[in-house]
Design a protein. Structure first.
Length: 71
């Protein structure tokens, strides 16, 4: 029986066909990547109201998207 450790790798060769045009425009046949960014997913819940008409005074408005831009 084979163990999992036999399949542990430190290097991977991966071909991306969709990158062909970018490589050709730089006269590259092959590109080496030393590291990749890990994909991260988060779930965000925003609460607010759609009161964005000019008839609503600014101090009453509650924009759900405003919290994204505030520190």
């Amino acid at each position: 029986m084979l163990s999992w450790e036999m399949y542990m790798t430190t290097q991977v060769i991966k071909v991306h066909i969709e990158q062909r045009l970018a490589f050709e425009s730089m006269d590259l046949a092959l590109t080496v990547v030393k590291s990749i960014a890990k994909q991260t997913r988060i779930k965000v819940t925003m609460r607010g109201y759609q009161r964005h008409a000019t008839t609503v005074p600014t101090f009453i408005r509650q924009y759900p998207m405003a919290m994204i831009f505030l520190p």
